[in-house]
Design a protein around this ligand. Structure first.
Ligand SMILES: [Fe+2]
Ligand SMILES: [Fe+2]
Length: 356
């Protein structure tokens, strides 16, 4: 059962952990769950039914439908949607992580995008996470934790909204690094990697405070971070998340921070992002070091899956880096204009992301 994470970020302004789904925002209009329910009806669920029949069980509960529950709370942060799922991986003939047609059939479209990667956490209740490919916005995304709930920043100015959303992502990264440290320990990783992950969590706490101050000075309202967590994941699941959120997204986010440190018209923003950029570059390095250690523990088939996930994330980042931010964000905050963000993504794709 998903539970509350430990509270590494309890001192972070605006950060907290939710342990039940009742306070999820109503995002049902953003994600048309019924579409997925219809599409997923094509999934073959016969193995589970056969097993029940063979065992001569007297049914006391309806069999799983192996679909998302259309009425379930749906949450999206950036481009990950989460849904209650009726069934477990084995009985539905699904892997814990999968892409392709199965994922596309199960996940409803979001902003005209189809999900390209799915992760199924067995329950009860089971949760299906759908990743949509539009992942690198003008702000970069940093390292998002699994189970992070969507927020919609309030405010009538793009600057305060941007800073509020960035603060939310910075605070959310605390949970991502805390979980990474915990899971690395559980899997016997070198202590040095765990310590670097914990240090990164502390960096992110500081980022959340600093950017949060910039946001509130401009009237921004900081949303609480809510993260649902689960059990320690497999090395493969950790590696895929690290490849996407660390190797790709944190590398991109670090480069965005460098641009902000150099070009923001607001001197307070330049000062804040000088430190943040240094930290984020270190976080990107950590992601690659974690990836190298994980590679020594994975099968060749799993390493190939991780590589595919990283390439998909890089391709998605390239595709979405061309969105033009508002002029005020470019000038005051130094957020890279679309042509700059595109150049960053192309450079990363040709160098860092291409790294085998
Ligand atoms: Fe950060
Ligand atoms: Fe970071």
């Amino acid at each position: 059962m998903p539970g509350s994470d430990a509270a590494p970020a309890s001192s972070v302004s605006g950060a907290s952990v939710a342990s039940d789904a009742s306070d999820a925002p109503d995002t049902s209009r953003a994600l048309d769950a019924s579409a997925a329910a219809d599409a997923s009806a094509e999934l073959d669920t016969s193995p589970a039914s056969d097993a029940s029949d063979a065992a001569g069980m007297t049914e006391t509960a309806p069999p799983p439908t192996c679909t998302i529950s259309p009425q379930s709370a749906t949450v999206v942060i950036n481009c990950e949607g989460q849904f209650a799922f009726d069934g477990r991986a084995a009985e539905c003939g699904l892997a814990q992580s999968f892409g392709g047609a199965q994922c596309t059939a199960l996940c409803p479209p979001f902003n005209s995008m189809v999900a390209d990667y799915c992760t199924l956490d067995d329950g009860p209740p089971s949760t299906l996470s759908c990743d949509y490919p539009d992942t690198c916005g003008p702000m970069g995304t940093g390292r998002r934790p699994r189970g992070l709930r969507r927020i919609k920043a309030k405010g009538d100015r793009s600057l305060s909204r941007y800073l509020s959303e960035t603060t939310h992502l910075e605070a959310a990264s605390v949970f991502a690094f805390a979980r990474l440290a915990r899971e690395l320990t559980a899997h016997g990783a070198p202590v040095r990697l765990r310590d670097r992950a914990l240090a990164a969590a502390r960096d992110e706490e500081r980022h959340a405070r600093v950017v949060g101050a910039l946001a509130t000075e401009r009237g921004g309202v900081i949303a609480r971070v809510r993260v649902e967590t689960g059990r320690t994941r497999t090395l493969r699941a950790i590696a895929i998340e690290n490849a996407v959120e660390g190797c790709v997204h944190e590398s991109f986010g670090a480069a965005v921070a460098v641009v902000q440190a150099q070009t923001a018209a607001d001197p307070a923003v330049r000062t804040a992002y000088r430190r943040i950029a240094r930290d984020e570059l270190r976080h990107a390095e950590l992601a690659w070091d974690v990836a190298r250690w994980l590679d020594t523990r994975l099968t060749s088939a799993d390493r190939a899956r991780v590589l595919r996930a990283r390439r998909r994330a890089a391709t998605a980042c390239l595709a979405s880096s061309g969105r033009e931010p508002e002029r005020e964000m470019v000038e005051t905050l130094g957020v890279p204009a679309a042509r700059v963000a595109r150049a960053i993504a192309l450079e990363l794709a040709a160098t860092v992301w291409a790294h085998a």
